[in-house]
Design a protein around this ligand. Structure first.
Ligand SMILES: [Zn+2]
Length: 90
């Protein structure tokens, strides 16, 4: 996420986040702010998170890191395959 003021999508449905600025400073980086899903049908009960908790996505972070590692491994293997094919030409 490039904009630190941008909130991540809902972890349950992928919809927009709803933010409540509890101290009125107008930024979503406010650690006292509260978040929930903007879609009232998303969860059976309204669940509200502190903004820091809403931003914490350990599973997504781990998957992104694994994805980056696999992309790097794929690029390395593609390069090795290309070199191998060029060296194997008659
Ligand atoms: Zn949702």
């Amino acid at each position: 996420m490039s904009d630190e003021n941008e909130l991540p999508k809902c972890p349950f449905c992928g919809g927009e986040a709803s933010y409540t600025d509890t101290v009125g400073i107008g930024v979503t980086t406010n650690r006292y702010g509260l978040c929930s899903c903007a879609d009232t049908q998303c969860l059976p009960e309204k669940i509200i998170f502190k903004v820091g908790k809403w931003r914490t996505r350990p599973i997504e972070d781990a998957l992104r890191a694994e994805n980056e590692r696999l992309k790097a491994e794929n690029a390395d293997l593609s390069y090795r395959l290309m070199v191998h094919r060029r060296l194997s030409l008659p």
